[in-house]
Write a protein that binds this ligand. Sequence first.
Ligand code: ATP
Length: 384
Amino acid sequence: MGQIQLKNLTKRFGDTVAVEDLSLDIDDEEFLVLVGPSGCGKSTTLRCLAGLETPTSGDIYIGNDHMNYRVPQNRDIAMVFQDYALYPHMTVRQNIRYGLEEEPGYTSAERNARVEEVAETLGIADLLDRKPDELSGGQQQRVALGRAIVRDPEVFLMDEPLSNLDAKLRAEMRTELQSLQNQLKVTTVYVTHNQTEAMTMSDRLAVMNDGRLQQVGTPLECYHEPNNVFVAEFIGEPMMNLVHGTRSGSTLVTNHFEYPLDGELREAVGDREDLILGVRPEDLAVQDVDDEAPELEPHEFHFEVGVVEPHGDQNVLHLTRPGRASDDEDVLQAVTGGMHLVTQGEEVVVTIDPAKIHLFDASTGQAVRNRRHESDAELTQLEQ
Ligand code: ATP
Protein backbone atom coordinates (compact mmCIF):
# COMPACT_ATOMS: atom_id res chain seq x y z
CA MET A 1 0.00 0.00 0.00
CA GLY A 2 1.26 3.44 -0.89
CA GLN A 3 -0.03 5.50 1.99
CA ILE A 4 2.51 7.90 3.47
CA GLN A 5 2.84 9.32 6.95
CA LEU A 6 5.11 12.13 7.94
CA LYS A 7 5.24 12.53 11.70
CA ASN A 8 6.75 15.71 13.13
CA LEU A 9 9.34 15.84 10.37
CA THR A 10 12.07 18.42 10.94
CA LYS A 11 15.09 18.97 8.74
CA ARG A 12 17.82 21.49 9.60
CA PHE A 13 20.85 22.47 7.60
CA GLY A 14 23.09 24.17 10.18
CA ASP A 15 21.07 27.14 11.41
CA THR A 16 18.52 26.90 8.58
CA VAL A 17 15.32 25.11 9.45
CA ALA A 18 14.17 23.86 6.05
CA VAL A 19 11.21 21.84 7.36
CA GLU A 20 9.73 22.28 10.80
CA ASP A 21 7.55 19.79 12.63
CA LEU A 22 5.64 18.70 9.55
CA SER A 23 2.93 16.10 10.08
CA LEU A 24 1.00 14.90 7.05
CA ASP A 25 -0.98 11.78 6.13
CA ILE A 26 -1.23 10.98 2.44
CA ASP A 27 -3.74 8.34 1.34
CA ASP A 28 -3.02 5.40 -0.89
CA GLU A 29 -3.55 6.44 -4.54
CA GLU A 30 -3.84 10.10 -3.61
CA PHE A 31 -2.33 12.89 -5.72
CA LEU A 32 -0.97 15.34 -3.16
CA VAL A 33 0.69 18.57 -4.23
CA LEU A 34 3.21 20.27 -1.97
CA VAL A 35 3.01 23.94 -2.89
CA GLY A 36 4.55 27.13 -1.57
CA PRO A 37 7.00 29.89 -2.44
CA SER A 38 10.65 29.33 -3.19
CA GLY A 39 12.60 28.15 -0.15
CA CYS A 40 9.55 27.02 1.86
CA GLY A 41 10.88 23.47 2.23
CA LYS A 42 8.95 21.56 -0.45
CA SER A 43 11.95 19.91 -2.09
CA THR A 44 13.55 19.09 1.25
CA THR A 45 10.36 17.32 2.32
CA LEU A 46 10.34 15.35 -0.92
CA ARG A 47 14.04 14.54 -0.62
CA CYS A 48 13.50 13.24 2.92
CA LEU A 49 10.70 11.04 1.58
CA ALA A 50 12.97 9.80 -1.16
CA GLY A 51 15.83 9.02 1.21
CA LEU A 52 18.14 11.63 -0.31
CA GLU A 53 18.18 13.56 2.99
CA THR A 54 18.06 12.19 6.53
CA PRO A 55 15.51 13.89 8.80
CA THR A 56 16.92 15.76 11.79
CA SER A 57 13.93 14.45 13.75
CA GLY A 58 10.54 12.93 13.10
CA ASP A 59 9.44 9.80 11.27
CA ILE A 60 8.56 8.78 7.75
CA TYR A 61 6.38 5.78 6.94
CA ILE A 62 5.45 4.38 3.55
CA GLY A 63 2.82 1.70 3.89
CA ASN A 64 3.46 0.59 7.45
CA ASP A 65 7.21 0.58 7.08
CA HIS A 66 9.51 3.01 8.85
CA MET A 67 11.67 4.64 6.20
CA ASN A 68 14.06 7.00 7.99
CA TYR A 69 17.16 4.86 7.53
CA ARG A 70 16.26 3.00 4.35
CA VAL A 71 18.29 3.71 1.24
CA PRO A 72 16.30 5.15 -1.69
CA GLN A 73 16.48 1.87 -3.66
CA ASN A 74 14.61 0.06 -0.90
CA ARG A 75 11.72 2.51 -0.56
CA ASP A 76 9.67 1.38 -3.59
CA ILE A 77 9.48 4.91 -4.92
CA ALA A 78 10.25 6.43 -8.30
CA MET A 79 11.27 10.02 -8.78
CA VAL A 80 10.87 12.51 -11.61
CA PHE A 81 12.72 15.81 -11.48
CA GLN A 82 12.67 19.08 -13.37
CA ASP A 83 15.93 18.01 -14.95
CA TYR A 84 15.08 14.86 -16.91
CA ALA A 85 18.62 13.50 -16.52
CA LEU A 86 18.35 11.13 -19.48
CA TYR A 87 21.50 9.36 -20.57
CA PRO A 88 22.43 11.04 -23.87
CA HIS A 89 24.30 8.04 -25.29
CA MET A 90 21.37 5.68 -24.69
CA THR A 91 18.27 5.29 -26.82
CA VAL A 92 14.81 5.93 -25.40
CA ARG A 93 14.37 2.19 -25.02
CA GLN A 94 17.61 1.87 -23.04
CA ASN A 95 16.81 4.92 -20.92
CA ILE A 96 13.41 3.53 -19.93
CA ARG A 97 14.81 0.06 -19.40
CA TYR A 98 17.41 1.57 -17.10
CA GLY A 99 14.60 2.17 -14.61
CA LEU A 100 14.34 -1.62 -14.30
CA GLU A 101 18.07 -2.25 -13.86
CA GLU A 102 17.91 -2.64 -10.10
CA GLU A 103 14.66 -4.60 -10.13
CA PRO A 104 15.11 -8.30 -9.53
CA GLY A 105 12.87 -11.02 -10.96
CA TYR A 106 12.52 -9.93 -14.58
CA THR A 107 13.84 -11.92 -17.52
CA SER A 108 15.34 -9.95 -20.37
CA ALA A 109 12.26 -10.58 -22.53
CA GLU A 110 9.98 -9.38 -19.72
CA ARG A 111 12.03 -6.21 -19.33
CA ASN A 112 11.70 -5.49 -23.04
CA ALA A 113 7.96 -6.18 -22.99
CA ARG A 114 7.52 -3.90 -19.99
CA VAL A 115 9.42 -1.07 -21.72
CA GLU A 116 7.19 -1.41 -24.79
CA GLU A 117 4.05 -1.41 -22.65
CA VAL A 118 5.09 1.76 -20.84
CA ALA A 119 6.11 3.49 -24.07
CA GLU A 120 2.68 2.63 -25.46
CA THR A 121 0.96 4.13 -22.39
CA LEU A 122 2.96 7.34 -22.79
CA GLY A 123 2.47 7.57 -26.57
CA ILE A 124 6.20 7.34 -27.34
CA ALA A 125 6.37 3.80 -28.77
CA ASP A 126 7.55 5.18 -32.12
CA LEU A 127 10.47 6.98 -30.48
CA LEU A 128 12.06 3.99 -28.76
CA ASP A 129 15.12 3.88 -31.00
CA ARG A 130 15.90 7.60 -30.89
CA LYS A 131 18.47 9.27 -28.66
CA PRO A 132 17.40 12.06 -26.24
CA ASP A 133 18.88 14.85 -28.39
CA GLU A 134 16.48 13.82 -31.17
CA LEU A 135 13.46 14.52 -28.95
CA SER A 136 11.47 17.62 -28.03
CA GLY A 137 11.31 18.77 -24.39
CA GLY A 138 7.87 17.20 -23.94
CA GLN A 139 9.03 13.90 -25.41
CA GLN A 140 12.09 13.89 -23.14
CA GLN A 141 9.83 14.48 -20.17
CA ARG A 142 7.71 11.49 -21.21
CA VAL A 143 10.82 9.33 -21.36
CA ALA A 144 11.77 10.46 -17.84
CA LEU A 145 8.26 9.54 -16.72
CA GLY A 146 8.58 6.22 -18.50
CA ARG A 147 11.75 5.43 -16.57
CA ALA A 148 9.82 6.08 -13.34
CA ILE A 149 6.63 4.21 -14.30
CA VAL A 150 8.38 1.14 -15.66
CA ARG A 151 9.19 -0.08 -12.16
CA ASP A 152 5.56 0.00 -11.05
CA PRO A 153 6.44 1.64 -7.72
CA GLU A 154 4.17 2.25 -4.72
CA VAL A 155 4.88 5.99 -4.77
CA PHE A 156 5.84 8.62 -7.34
CA LEU A 157 7.77 11.64 -6.13
CA MET A 158 7.82 14.51 -8.62
CA ASP A 159 9.75 17.74 -8.17
CA GLU A 160 8.65 20.50 -10.58
CA PRO A 161 8.63 17.99 -13.46
CA LEU A 162 7.00 20.38 -15.93
CA SER A 163 8.92 23.57 -15.34
CA ASN A 164 11.26 23.18 -18.32
CA LEU A 165 8.34 23.02 -20.75
CA ASP A 166 6.71 25.92 -22.58
CA ALA A 167 3.27 27.07 -21.45
CA LYS A 168 1.25 25.11 -24.02
CA LEU A 169 3.10 21.86 -23.49
CA ARG A 170 2.94 22.34 -19.76
CA ALA A 171 -0.84 22.57 -19.93
CA GLU A 172 -0.98 19.42 -22.09
CA MET A 173 1.34 17.48 -19.80
CA ARG A 174 -0.69 18.56 -16.77
CA THR A 175 -3.72 16.80 -18.15
CA GLU A 176 -1.68 13.80 -19.26
CA LEU A 177 -0.07 13.38 -15.88
CA GLN A 178 -3.47 13.50 -14.23
CA SER A 179 -4.96 10.87 -16.47
CA LEU A 180 -1.85 8.76 -16.11
CA GLN A 181 -2.15 8.91 -12.35
CA ASN A 182 -5.85 7.99 -12.57
CA GLN A 183 -4.93 5.04 -14.70
CA LEU A 184 -1.94 3.83 -12.69
CA LYS A 185 -3.41 4.67 -9.28
CA VAL A 186 -0.02 5.26 -7.70
CA THR A 187 0.26 7.56 -4.69
CA THR A 188 1.91 10.73 -5.97
CA VAL A 189 3.60 13.57 -4.14
CA TYR A 190 4.17 16.44 -6.52
CA VAL A 191 6.17 19.57 -5.69
CA THR A 192 5.49 22.85 -7.42
CA HIS A 193 5.41 26.57 -6.76
CA ASN A 194 3.00 26.93 -9.67
CA GLN A 195 -0.45 27.35 -8.25
CA THR A 196 -2.26 26.48 -11.48
CA GLU A 197 -0.63 23.05 -11.32
CA ALA A 198 -1.42 22.82 -7.64
CA MET A 199 -5.08 23.71 -8.10
CA THR A 200 -5.80 21.68 -11.21
CA MET A 201 -3.87 18.48 -10.59
CA SER A 202 -4.20 17.67 -6.93
CA ASP A 203 -6.67 15.70 -4.86
CA ARG A 204 -5.35 17.75 -1.97
CA LEU A 205 -2.86 20.54 -1.51
CA ALA A 206 -0.38 20.90 1.31
CA VAL A 207 0.51 24.59 1.41
CA MET A 208 3.88 25.38 3.02
CA ASN A 209 5.64 28.55 4.07
CA ASP A 210 8.93 28.98 5.91
CA GLY A 211 9.23 25.24 6.49
CA ARG A 212 5.83 25.05 8.14
CA LEU A 213 2.62 23.48 6.93
CA GLN A 214 -0.06 26.15 6.56
CA GLN A 215 -3.04 24.12 5.38
CA VAL A 216 -3.93 20.74 3.91
CA GLY A 217 -7.14 20.51 1.96
CA THR A 218 -8.79 20.10 -1.40
CA PRO A 219 -7.99 22.90 -3.83
CA LEU A 220 -11.46 24.38 -3.30
CA GLU A 221 -11.14 24.29 0.48
CA CYS A 222 -7.82 26.10 0.33
CA TYR A 223 -9.30 28.63 -2.08
CA HIS A 224 -12.59 29.31 -0.33
CA GLU A 225 -11.74 28.47 3.25
CA PRO A 226 -8.13 29.54 3.79
CA ASN A 227 -6.83 28.98 7.32
CA ASN A 228 -4.82 32.16 7.30
CA VAL A 229 -3.72 35.21 5.34
CA PHE A 230 -0.77 33.38 3.82
CA VAL A 231 -2.95 30.71 2.16
CA ALA A 232 -5.53 33.33 1.16
CA GLU A 233 -2.86 35.37 -0.58
CA PHE A 234 -0.90 32.49 -2.08
CA ILE A 235 -3.81 30.60 -3.65
CA GLY A 236 -5.68 32.49 -6.36
CA GLU A 237 -4.74 34.66 -9.31
CA PRO A 238 -5.32 37.61 -9.25
CA MET A 239 -4.81 37.28 -5.55
CA MET A 240 -7.33 37.98 -2.84
CA ASN A 241 -7.71 41.66 -1.95
CA LEU A 242 -6.51 42.27 1.60
CA VAL A 243 -7.31 45.54 3.35
CA HIS A 244 -6.05 46.31 6.86
CA GLY A 245 -8.40 48.02 9.28
CA THR A 246 -9.18 48.73 12.90
CA ARG A 247 -12.53 47.91 14.43
CA SER A 248 -14.36 50.78 16.01
CA GLY A 249 -17.55 49.38 17.54
CA SER A 250 -19.27 47.63 14.65
CA THR A 251 -17.34 49.37 11.89
CA LEU A 252 -14.06 48.35 10.31
CA VAL A 253 -12.18 51.56 9.63
CA THR A 254 -9.65 51.22 6.83
CA ASN A 255 -7.60 53.92 5.10
CA HIS A 256 -9.94 53.73 2.17
CA PHE A 257 -13.45 53.04 3.40
CA GLU A 258 -15.50 52.27 6.48
CA TYR A 259 -17.05 48.83 6.40
CA PRO A 260 -20.04 47.92 8.60
CA LEU A 261 -19.57 44.67 10.51
CA ASP A 262 -23.15 43.57 11.02
CA GLY A 263 -24.57 40.74 13.12
CA GLU A 264 -22.70 37.60 12.20
CA LEU A 265 -19.50 39.43 11.19
CA ARG A 266 -19.47 41.37 14.41
CA GLU A 267 -19.87 38.14 16.40
CA ALA A 268 -17.09 36.41 14.47
CA VAL A 269 -14.50 39.08 15.22
CA GLY A 270 -15.26 39.18 18.97
CA ASP A 271 -12.90 41.56 20.81
CA ARG A 272 -10.34 41.72 18.04
CA GLU A 273 -9.53 45.21 16.89
CA ASP A 274 -6.81 44.81 14.27
CA LEU A 275 -8.29 42.97 11.34
CA ILE A 276 -7.68 42.26 7.69
CA LEU A 277 -10.63 42.18 5.35
CA GLY A 278 -10.18 39.79 2.42
CA VAL A 279 -12.31 39.58 -0.70
CA ARG A 280 -11.65 37.71 -3.94
CA PRO A 281 -11.59 39.90 -7.08
CA GLU A 282 -14.43 37.89 -8.64
CA ASP A 283 -16.57 38.40 -5.53
CA LEU A 284 -16.70 42.16 -5.99
CA ALA A 285 -19.73 43.44 -7.91
CA VAL A 286 -18.87 46.40 -10.13
CA GLN A 287 -21.68 48.54 -11.51
CA ASP A 288 -22.00 51.79 -13.37
CA VAL A 289 -22.91 54.78 -11.23
CA ASP A 290 -26.68 55.17 -11.28
CA ASP A 291 -27.37 58.91 -11.51
CA GLU A 292 -31.01 58.27 -10.69
CA ALA A 293 -30.14 56.63 -7.36
CA PRO A 294 -27.11 58.45 -5.99
CA GLU A 295 -27.50 57.06 -2.43
CA LEU A 296 -25.23 54.11 -1.71
CA GLU A 297 -26.10 51.10 0.41
CA PRO A 298 -23.82 50.54 3.45
CA HIS A 299 -21.63 47.95 1.66
CA GLU A 300 -21.38 49.93 -1.56
CA PHE A 301 -18.52 52.30 -2.31
CA HIS A 302 -17.47 54.62 -5.09
CA PHE A 303 -14.23 53.64 -6.80
CA GLU A 304 -12.32 54.95 -9.78
CA VAL A 305 -11.08 52.57 -12.44
CA GLY A 306 -7.31 52.74 -12.88
CA VAL A 307 -5.61 50.24 -15.17
CA VAL A 308 -7.88 47.84 -17.06
CA GLU A 309 -6.27 44.51 -18.01
CA PRO A 310 -8.36 42.81 -20.71
CA HIS A 311 -7.89 39.01 -20.79
CA GLY A 312 -10.60 38.37 -23.37
CA ASP A 313 -12.85 36.25 -21.18
CA GLN A 314 -12.52 38.71 -18.30
CA ASN A 315 -11.20 42.12 -17.35
CA VAL A 316 -9.06 42.75 -14.30
CA LEU A 317 -9.77 46.24 -12.98
CA HIS A 318 -7.44 48.11 -10.65
CA LEU A 319 -9.61 50.30 -8.47
CA THR A 320 -8.70 53.29 -6.33
CA ARG A 321 -10.85 55.57 -4.25
CA PRO A 322 -11.93 58.68 -6.19
CA GLY A 323 -9.63 61.64 -5.76
CA ARG A 324 -6.64 59.62 -4.55
CA ALA A 325 -3.28 60.54 -6.07
CA SER A 326 -2.61 58.42 -9.14
CA ASP A 327 0.52 56.94 -7.56
CA ASP A 328 -1.55 55.71 -4.63
CA GLU A 329 -1.42 51.93 -4.46
CA ASP A 330 -4.40 50.13 -5.92
CA VAL A 331 -6.90 49.48 -3.21
CA LEU A 332 -8.75 46.63 -4.86
CA GLN A 333 -8.62 44.46 -7.92
CA ALA A 334 -11.89 43.28 -9.39
CA VAL A 335 -12.65 40.76 -12.09
CA THR A 336 -15.53 41.48 -14.44
CA GLY A 337 -16.82 39.72 -17.56
CA GLY A 338 -14.76 40.30 -20.69
CA MET A 339 -17.68 41.94 -22.48
CA HIS A 340 -18.26 44.39 -19.66
CA LEU A 341 -16.94 47.66 -21.08
CA VAL A 342 -15.07 49.70 -18.50
CA THR A 343 -12.62 52.48 -19.19
CA GLN A 344 -9.80 53.99 -17.22
CA GLY A 345 -10.85 57.03 -15.19
CA GLU A 346 -14.49 55.93 -15.01
CA GLU A 347 -16.24 56.06 -11.66
CA VAL A 348 -18.05 52.89 -10.59
CA VAL A 349 -19.98 51.51 -7.64
CA VAL A 350 -18.39 48.49 -5.99
CA THR A 351 -20.36 46.21 -3.67
CA ILE A 352 -18.36 44.34 -1.06
CA ASP A 353 -20.98 41.78 -0.10
CA PRO A 354 -20.70 40.79 3.60
CA ALA A 355 -21.53 37.18 2.67
CA LYS A 356 -18.44 37.07 0.46
CA ILE A 357 -15.77 38.54 2.69
CA HIS A 358 -13.07 36.88 4.77
CA LEU A 359 -11.80 38.38 8.02
CA PHE A 360 -8.39 37.65 9.49
CA ASP A 361 -6.88 38.52 12.84
CA ALA A 362 -4.11 40.95 11.84
CA SER A 363 -1.81 39.96 14.70
CA THR A 364 -1.85 36.18 14.10
CA GLY A 365 -2.94 36.08 10.46
CA GLN A 366 -5.51 33.39 11.34
CA ALA A 367 -8.90 33.41 9.63
CA VAL A 368 -11.72 34.35 11.97
CA ARG A 369 -14.40 34.18 9.33
CA ASN A 370 -14.49 32.79 5.82
CA ARG A 371 -16.83 33.64 3.00
CA ARG A 372 -20.28 32.06 3.03
CA HIS A 373 -21.44 29.73 0.29
CA GLU A 374 -24.49 30.52 -1.68
CA SER A 375 -25.85 27.10 -2.41
CA ASP A 376 -25.79 23.56 -1.11
CA ALA A 377 -24.13 22.63 -4.39
CA GLU A 378 -21.17 24.88 -3.58
CA LEU A 379 -20.84 23.37 -0.15
CA THR A 380 -21.07 19.82 -1.47
CA GLN A 381 -18.31 20.61 -3.93
CA LEU A 382 -16.12 21.82 -1.08
CA GLU A 383 -16.77 18.75 0.99
CA GLN A 384 -15.91 16.29 -1.78
P1 ATP B 1 12.39 25.97 -4.47
O1 ATP B 1 10.99 26.05 -4.94
O2 ATP B 1 13.18 27.23 -4.69
O3 ATP B 1 13.12 24.72 -4.90
P2 ATP B 1 11.79 24.75 -1.88
O4 ATP B 1 10.49 25.14 -1.31
O5 ATP B 1 11.86 23.44 -2.56
O6 ATP B 1 12.33 25.90 -2.85
P3 ATP B 1 13.99 23.80 -0.29
O7 ATP B 1 14.87 23.52 -1.47
O8 ATP B 1 13.38 22.65 0.40
O9 ATP B 1 12.85 24.83 -0.70
O10 ATP B 1 14.82 24.67 0.76
C1 ATP B 1 14.31 25.04 2.02
C2 ATP B 1 15.37 25.83 2.78
O11 ATP B 1 16.48 24.98 3.09
C3 ATP B 1 15.96 26.99 1.98
O12 ATP B 1 16.21 28.04 2.86
C4 ATP B 1 17.25 26.41 1.43
O13 ATP B 1 18.20 27.43 1.22
C5 ATP B 1 17.67 25.49 2.53
N1 ATP B 1 18.44 24.34 2.02
C6 ATP B 1 17.98 23.38 1.18
N2 ATP B 1 18.95 22.47 0.94
C7 ATP B 1 20.04 22.87 1.65
C8 ATP B 1 21.36 22.35 1.81
N3 ATP B 1 21.74 21.20 1.23
N4 ATP B 1 22.20 23.03 2.62
C9 ATP B 1 21.82 24.17 3.25
N5 ATP B 1 20.59 24.71 3.13
C10 ATP B 1 19.71 24.08 2.35
